[in-house]
Design a protein around this ligand. Structure first.
Ligand code: 5GP
Length: 174
């Protein structure tokens, strides 16, 4: 395999510190309550695992998987649910956890899908936010880091199913 050119963007130490800050904010906002935390597969699995272990309030865990058709590095606008949640969320406080929001199309689709189940509340926590690339107006409630354009890998994020296991986050040259 040709060695990719990559540059570190966030170290594991910087990530750990930011995850602790986010968890503190979330714990404060939901103090005394309970959460259903829904991760979006596959990219959110590492971020979600770290986050829920820092949130000091009880939570149930579930996952969804969505497919977005089009180029491998960008959503096409056609998003389809391929694995639904298995937990009842009616009347519950929901936190969606996602690796990265780019155009916003994936999360917009998912929020609409989950709102039909009548949760009590629904908030979104993203590890990374490519704010300038939105195609729909969409704001996450909790954001780890805002980044510029560029394709990132590591800490759960892949390129063609590679590099998810990297503990740090890199920008790659494609
Ligand atoms: P959106 O629907 O917001 O355009 O896209 C969100 C999805 O696009 C993410 O869940 C992720 O799968 C993919 N994506 C967008 N930008 C990046 C990136 O820089 N790196 C990786 N690995 N995936 C990305």
């Amino acid at each position: 395999m040709k060695e990719m050119s990559k540059e570190i963007l966030f170290s594991r130490d910087a990530i750990q510190k930011r995850v602790q800050e986010l968890a503190g904010q979330i714990s404060g906002d939901y103090a005394g309550g309970e959460l259903v935390v829904i991760g979006i597969l596959k990219g959110a699995f590492i971020f979600m695992a770290d986050l829920v272990r820092e949130i000091g309030i009880p939570c149930k865990i579930d996952f969804v998987r969505v497919a977005s058709y089009g180029a491998s590095s960008e959503s096409s606008g056609k998003v389809v649910m391929t694995k639904d949640i298995e937990t009842s969320i009616k009347g519950r406080d929901i936190l969606i956890v996602e690796d990265i929001v780019d155009t916003g199309l994936t999360l917009q689709y998912l929020v609409d899908w989950l709102k039909e189940r009548n949760p009590h509340s629904l908030k979104i926590c993203v590890f990374l936010d490519k704010r300038k690339r939105r195609k729909v107006s969409f704001e996450a409630d909790y954001v780890g880091f805002t980044i510029d354009d560029g394709f990132v890998v590591g800490y759960g994020l892949d390129f063609n199913e590679q590099y998810r296991f990297f503990p740090d986050v890199y920008v790659i040259e494609q």
